[in-house]
Write a protein that binds this ligand. Structure first.
Ligand code: XMP
Length: 511
């Protein structure tokens, strides 16, 4: 049986990261809310439990508390930050609420030999955050690390196999974080590195075959990585019983429609129906300037087109959706102040409306795992590392009215932006980069002629989670090449600007 590590979520923004890090060590890990019932935990029989950090004080009115008995299950426990304070509080140590929350870089000294700190420096840099101070460790626990601001920075009880630290081993700012996690997983909890995407793929294929039988399945492929990988996995299981539907909504990148079909259908043998619905979408978008109305109209029109196509296919009972594990966690996690901002759902309501059952073959995977699986299923490297592209596509990058002419301008400019970024080998360094067409015209001069044309903005950001982002410090020579090429090659643009705002307070997209 696969060994698993249960991560209980107390509301930290890093909870998902803990699970990902554990999986990076090839140990399967999953997240549940902090109040998962004890019976349920026993039933899941995890090899180890990690208790996440959290934004609260243990004394706060709505502070998340788990059952004290979790510590008596005989399962090795790693408590991080808030959970260390909670352990102190529940197990008879002393905790006081601090006046201010401490957050950021800190340095700790390992003051006692500990299996958790094995092969780590005696003095180490960590990333800490805590809202309470621990005044005394619980009876039976020994203090193993200390820092100037938190004299009790780690404690442990080896008999109980309970280890708590005041800092975050899952973030890269903690220099020995990876070693600490490894020590916990392999030396203390005796996990085996057995989580394997190949096994996952085989198991899913079996499951899908059993679930579908001789019925039919449809999938909406958007051209993105998640929906492609999900559909490919289903295609591997049931072949032509899957029909993938690809809708060209008129606001895709240049050549995207053609590429999707050739990649999945000609390249990988998937049965695809491609629908050219560009005109329908442009009609719905005519005269619309409000971003939310654009989003709604595109979403609704997509559903309408998709339903029409799906009706032509007999005996359909299932719909494939590329839901990822973070979306699943998001829906169960507690909503602390640092909890995840909702992602955008583009085809919400489709399965209910059509009376279809869902197949979500990648819902247990993180994005990086979906990418790796994509490679195994035959997608090319360049494709699986694509920047995310929003469901409403270029429509939210054309400020003001969207029409065929403006889409063409943006497609051409966008192609240059990406081309230059790739040539400068910056594609993987940026998380998202694109062009935005502004509803502004400015005066320029070309040859001897005065021009009065569109202004185009270039946006490039770095981020790990898309909830916050920094603008990318693009080298000037790359910006220069982009701007020159855009003004020279794209008819209708005579000025290029670079967006230097971070998120927050700005967002990544302009609409
Ligand atoms: P913002 O603009 O909110 O974007 O900072 C965060 C991430 O979400 C993407 N995004 C969308 N994705 N439908 C989508 O599928 C949408 O309506 C949408 N709006 C923004 C954006 O590209 C970025 O990756």
């Amino acid at each position: 049986m696969t060994q698993t590590v249960l991560v209980l979520d107390f509301g930290s923004q890093y909870t998902q990261l803990i699970a990902r890090r554990i999986r990076e060590h090839r140990v399967y890990s999953f997240v549940h809310p902090f109040d998962l019932a004890l019976d349920k935990i026993r039933e899941l029989a995890p090899t180890a439990i990690v208790l996440s950090g959290g934004p609260q004080s243990v004394y706060a009115e709505a502070a998340p508390h788990c059952s004290r008995e979790i510590f008596d299950l005989g399962i090795p426990i790693l408590g991080i930050c808030y959970s260390m304070q909670l352990a102190a509080f529940l197990l008879g140590g002393r905790v006081e609420a601090a006046a201010e929350r401490e957050y950021g870089r800190a340095e700790v000294d390992v003051i006692r030999d500990s299996p958790l700190f094995r092969n780590t420096p005696a003095h180490q840099r960590v990333w800490a955050s805590h809202g309470d101070n621990i005044l005394a460790a619980p009876p039976g626990f020994e203090v193993t690390a200390s820092s100037p601001s938190a004299p009790i920075a780690a404690f442990e009880n080896r008999e109980r196999a309970c280890y708590c630290i005041q800092f975050h081993p899952e973030v890269t700012h903690t220099e020995a974080g990876t070693q600490i996690l490894k020590n916990f997983l392999f030396d203390i909890a005796k996990c085996q590195p057995s989580w394997d995407l190949g096994d996952y793929r085989r198991r899913k294929v079996e499951e899908i075959r059993a679930q579908v039988g001789d019925r039919h399945v449809i999938a909406a492929v958007s051209g993105g990585v998640d929906s492609s990988v999900a559909a490919l996995l289903v295609a591997e299981a049931i072949g032509d019983q899957l029909t993938a539907i690809f809708v060209d909504n008129g606001v895709l990148r240049k050549h995207e429609a053609m590429q999707v079909v050739s990649r999945l259908s000609e390249g990988l043998g998937m049965h695809i129906v491609a629908v050219d619905a560009r005109e329908r979408f442009y009609e719905k978008l005519a005269g619309i300037e409000d971003p939310e109305v654009k989003r709604k109209r595109i979403g609704n029109e997509f559903i309408a087109v998709f339903e029409e196509e799906a009706k032509r296919i007999p005996n359909v009972e299932f719909l494939v959706q590329g839901t990822l594990y973070p979306d699943v966690i998001e829906s169960v996690s507690i909503k602390g102040p640092s909890s995840i901002i909702k992602t955008h759902h583009n085809v919400g309501g489709l399965p209910e409306k059509m009376g279809l059952k869902l197949i979500e073959p990648v819902r247990e995977l993180f994005k990086d795992e979906v990418r790796r699986l994509g490679l195994e299923l035959g997608l090319e490297e360049e494709f699986v590392w694509r920047h995310p592209f929003p469901g409403p596509g270029l429509a939210v990058r054309i400020l003001g009215e969207v029409n065929a002419a403006r889409v063409e301008i943006l497609q051409n400019a966008d192609e240059i932006v990406i081309d230059e970024i790739r040539k400068a080998d910056l594609y993987r360094e940026t998380s998202q980069a694109f062009a935005v067409l502004l509803p502004v015209r400015s005066v320029g001069v070309m040859g001897d002629e005065r021009t009065y044309e569109n202004v185009l903005a270039i946006r490039a950001v770095t981020t790990t989670d898309f909830m916050t982002a920094d603008w990318f410090r693009m080298p000037h020579d790359v910006l220069d090449r982009m701007a020159r090429r855009i003004v020279n090659e794209v008819r209708g643009v005579n000025r290029v600007v670079y967006d230097i705002s971070s998120k927050p307070p700005s967002t990544i997209e302009w609409e």
